[in-house]
Design a protein. Structure first.
Length: 122
C-alpha cells in the first residue's frame, strides 16, 4: 500500500468516533454480543496495512513522517511519535480526523510533485 492509501484507510477506520480510543493500541469490545474494535491512531494505521504488511512498510513509515511533520508545524507541544499525540488528554477525535485529512492532502500533493519530477526526468 502507498502512504496515501494507508492514510485514507486509517481515516476510514477512525471515521466513526466509536472506533477511536486513547491509551490503547487496539481493543475488542462487544455490543449486543457482536464484536467491534476501538483503536488509537497507530493501531488504526497498523490495521490499515494488516492484509499487506510486507508490501506496506515503506508507505507506513512515509505516512507516519507526513503526520509527524504536520503535528510539528501545527502544535506547540512536541511529540516524539503519533502515540503520545493521540493519547494527549487534550486530544479529540476531531483532531485525529483533521490530521488524517491534512495528511491525505499532503500525500496527494507529494504524489503529484513526484510524478511531475519523474516526467521531467524522462
Amino acid at each position: 500500500m502507498t502512504r496515501t492509501e494507508i492514510l485514507q484507510k486509517t481515516r476510514e477506520i477512525l471515521a466513526d468516533e466509536k472506533h477511536w480510543t486513547q491509551k490503547a493500541f487496539v481493543i475488542t469490545k462487544f455490543n449486543e454480543g457482536k464484536p467491534f474494535f476501538v483503536c488509537c491512531l497507530m493501531g488504526a494505521m497498523n490495521m490499515a496495512i494488516a492484509d499487506s504488511y510486507a508490501l506496506s512498510v515503506k508507505g507506513h513509515q512515509e505516512a507516519q513522517v507526513i503526520l509527524l511533520n504536520i503535528i510539528k508545524k501545527k502544535y506547540v507541544k512536541g511529540y516524539a511519535s503519533l502515540i503520545p499525540f493521540n493519547d494527549d488528554e487534550e486530544r479529540t477525535h476531531l483532531d485525529i480526523i483533521e490530521l488524517l485529512d491534512e495528511g491525505i492532502v499532503k500525500s496527494l500533493a507529494m504524489n503529484h510533485d513526484e510524478a511531475a519530477k519523474e516526467n521531467h526526468n524522462v
